[in-house]
Write a protein that binds this ligand. Structure first.
Ligand code: SAM
Ligand code: SF4
Length: 353
């Protein structure tokens, strides 16, 4: 059923930027639209995850209010994530509404609307995403082997993901594959992944496993610094540093043989906080100011307060100033035997990857 969402009219003409105490402008918002997922990746979730009651989730209308408040304050890039965002009911109507804010500031102001997905439903939605203004998607895929995929995700069917990727390509979406490097699980596949992505024109980014939320797997054994992945790849591929940036934390190299990009997200082996321009909204409206710290602001309480109900824009504006004024300088993730537990209790599926 299509819902009517707040209209994208009547914007503040001049966008007062959100600047944190370290002089960094917040221009990038990640929104987790659900904590639910059809998969149970071992590094991300426990097998018997308890999901949130639906009443705790922000409605599509509330999500739109928050996104608009951020765009009005200088956010130019929004990434929709989860859980699995394509499993949130009404996701395309939300994407359409957010997409209507794409265009030059001050009237619209959003330069990029994008999505991170496991692609199990991408074949259904690729064309609609393009219609909403999405131009590129990140797809998480840690292996090209069906049995391994089923093992890592504890239930997934690789063929669905491949169908989703084919549909994305056919719809004209640019695709970046995100692969979590897992020692003893997929570290023997890095060259294969590079070749496979290269053949399809997909960029590929490796991610270090991060200590977020309790999972059943052993993170210390699985953790693999990406310097090792890069050294392995450099034996077969000609890689040169690239100046390319996407607004996210990845650092890129160009691959001469494939003509595609190879990215590395290294929250552990290199601190990636220095140029941080991001904040994250959970599906319950908690705004996390840093992926690896607990500082947060409860925007659902703001939206559901009498002031928020009367004038969501004004109430959110004030709340954003207060929250960004508390953005911490960075996180301090460590994974070793002494620090085998999570750095923060919430899972990536809650905060949104
Ligand atoms: N379900 C979607 C997907 O898998 O693309 C979006 C949400 S998922 C939480 C976003 C990203 O976070 C995925 O690329 C996943 O591999 C990554 N991720 C999840 N838990 C992680 C962890 N503990 N360390 C590093 N990356 C993680
Ligand atoms: Fe689901 Fe994405 Fe987490 Fe895998 S990484 S369990 S697909 S939310």
């Amino acid at each position: 059923m299509t819902q009517t969402l707040p209209s994208p009219v009547a914007r503040t003409p001049a966008r007062r930027p959100l600047i944190d105490p370290f002089g960094r402008a917040v221009t990038y918002l990640r929104i987790s639209v659900t904590d639910r997922c059809d998969l149970r990746c071992r590094y991300c979730m426990a097998e018997d995850m308890t999901f949130l009651p639906r009443k705790d989730l922000l409605s599509l209308e509330e999500l739109t209010h928050v996104a608009n408040a951020f765009i009005d304050r200088g956010v130019t890039k929004i990434r929709i994530t989860g859980g699995e965002p394509l499993h949130r009911r009404g996701i395309i109507s939300l994407m359409d509404t957010l997409g209507s804010r794409m265009g030059p500031a001050p009237d619209q102001g959003l330069e990029e609307l994008t999505l991170t997905t496991n692609a199990t439903r991408l074949d259904e939605f690729a064309q609609d995403l393009v219609g909403a203004g999405v131009r590129r998607v990140n797809v998480s895929l840690d292996t090209l082997r069906s049995d391994r995929f089923h093992h890592i995700t504890r239930r997934g069917d690789l063929s669905k993901v491949i169908r989703g990727l084919d549909a994305a390509k056919a719809a004209g979406l640019r695709v970046k594959i995100n692969t979590v490097a897992l020692r003893g699980v997929n570290d023997d596949e890095v060259d294969e992944l590079m070749a496979w992505c290269g053949e399809r024109g997909f960029d590929l980014t490796f991610i270090e496993t991060m200590p977020l939320g309790a999972v059943d797997d052993d993170r210390v054994d699985r953790y693999m610094p990406l310097t090792e992945v890069r050294d392995r790849l450099a034996r077969h591929w000609t890689l040169t540093d690239s100046a390319h940036r996407t607004g996210g934390p990845a650092r890129y190299m160009d691959c001469a043989q494939t003509g595609t990009r190879l990215g590395f997200i290294t929250p552990l082996s290199h601190n990636f906080c220095e140029g941080c321009n991001r904040v994250r909204l959970t599906c319950t409206g908690t705004l996390y100011l840093c992926l690896g710290q607990d500082d947060s602001a409860d925007l659902r309480a703001v939206l559901r307060s009498p002031e928020g109900r009367a004038n969501p824009k004004a109430a959110l504006d004030e709340a954003l100033d207060e929250a960004i004024g508390r953005k911490p300088e960075g996180h301090d993730f460590i994974i070793d035997r002494e620090h085998a537990g999570p750095a923060v209790a919430r899972h990536m599926s809650t905060t949104g990857g």
